[in-house]
Design a protein around this ligand. Structure first.
Ligand code: SAM
Ligand code: SF4
Ligand code: SF4
Length: 357
């Protein structure tokens, strides 16, 4: 998903105050600012909206170790992209904690001059207190933990591997104890699956310091059988919450933040709403995505990326690599969400588990 960017909500750009680097601009004059790196296409969950088990079963062919970018390859690409404007990096997957060298990845990326922020999105299942401290020590600044339900039954259904909710709640504590605050919790709401969990989640996280963010279910990939009727709109979610716990809007923390922020009138904290489907924010999308196999994607809904792994392994020079990267961004025109209604069928699209949300 696109949870970042620098424009105002109308899609025009506010003056970028974060750095003096002149970022490369795409065809719609959007600067390159954010990079999402997917560290693996594998996951220990089978959330039906992302990796339905019928499609990602025992016969599914995941990337081999040799087909996955090495740390050095990731760093080489990242360094050039930072030169071209990237300041914020998010590590994702698949499940990024399945990668044993995660702390080293974080530490090495943080050493790149110009990187201002590094964050992680995880399902939390492997985040023990020890691992959380290790990641914080490596330089991780922020963490988002995905949790779609509070009731154990509903959550086990949502992850489809019978993973207990208690262990994700423990992971959230572990992240807080390691100083990764404020922890954000992402909840994707899908009609017929977990809209009854909205209020219990709100009740649970009020006064906890955790920022709960509700995400509209998106038509990423082609395997989840997405239907517009399954989307619970962010407005509907807001109405449901504010009828019980009154809220007021607050300004974005950083210019152009994609989540719309609200605070509880009684001081119980904050929630975020991400209208990815009903109020698209392509006008401010400053995000580039690198898959674990080394393809660059300029949009979450793109059919094809630019493959880099082979070229790196064939010895592409730094100047050639930089030219390729710059060109990928310069010719970018993507604005899928703003034109979603014009697409009649589920065209070829990359899966969420490969591109990392
Ligand atoms: N495995 C990690 C996790 O679940 O946090 C990182 C990768 S996951 C693809 C990143 C985020 O994408 C998660 O918060 C997940 O809930 C969200 N996501 C996956 N499929 C989605 C969909 N169809 N619509 C909206 N969000 C989705
Ligand atoms: Fe795995 Fe995350 Fe996708 Fe769920 S959303 S299947 S945890 S990658
Ligand atoms: Fe999402 Fe693509 Fe629009 Fe960016 S350009 S906000 S990735 S639909």
């Amino acid at each position: 998903m696109d949870f970042g960017g620098y424009p105002d909500r109308g899609g025009t750009f506010l003056q970028d105050k974060l750095s003096d680097r002149a970022p490369v601009l795409d065809e719609l004059r959007r600067p390159l600012r954010d990079l999402r790196i997917s560290l693996t296409d594998r996951c220990n969950f089978r959330c039906p909206y992302c990796m339905p088990r019928e499609m990602f079963g025992p016969d599914h062919k995941f990337l081999s170790a040799d087909e996955t970018l090495t740390l050095d390859e990731i760093l080489r690409i990242t360094r050039h992209l930072v030169d071209l404007g990237v300041e914020k990096i998010r590590l994702t997957g698949g499940e990024p904690l399945l990668r044993p060298d995660l702390a080293r990845v974080i530490e090495s990326i943080m050493r790149i001059e110009g990187v201002q922020d590094i964050a992680l999105t995880t399902n939390g299942s492997l985040l023990t207190p020890r691992r959380a401290r290790q990641l914080a020590d490596a330089g991780l600044r922020r963490i988002t933990i995905s949790l779609d339900a509070l009731s154990d039954d509903a959550f086990r259904r949502m992850n489809d591997v019978g993973f207990p909710v208690r262990r994700v709640l423990d992971a959230i504590h572990a992240a807080k104890d390691a100083g990764l605050e404020p922890v954000k919790v992402n909840m994707v709401v899908r009609r017929g699956y977990n809209e009854q969990e909205i209020l219990p989640m709100v009740e649970h996280f009020r006064y906890s310091g955790v920022i709960l963010r509700f995400i509209e279910y998106m038509d990423v990939g082609t395997t989840n059988g997405w239907n517009l009727a399954d989307v619970v709109s962010a407005d509907e979610i807001l109405e449901q919450i504010s009828s019980v716990h009154p809220l007021h809007p607050v300004s974005p923390r950083v210019p152009g933040e994609v989540a719309t922020r609200f605070q509880f009138d009684d001081g119980a904290g904050e929630i975020g709403l991400i209208h990815s489907v009903t109020k698209p924010f392509c006008g401010g999308c400053t995000r580039l995505r690198l898959t674990a196999e080394g393809d660059l994607y300029t949009c979450l809904f793109a059919a094809r990326g630019t493959p880099l792994r082979q070229r790196l392994r064939e010895g592409i020079s730094d100047s050639e690599l930089r030219q390729v990267l710059e060109q990928v961004w310069r010719v970018r025109k993507d604005a899928y969400s703003q034109h979603r209604h014009e697409y009649t069928s589920a065209a070829e699209r990359i899966e969420m588990s490969k591109i990392g949300g």
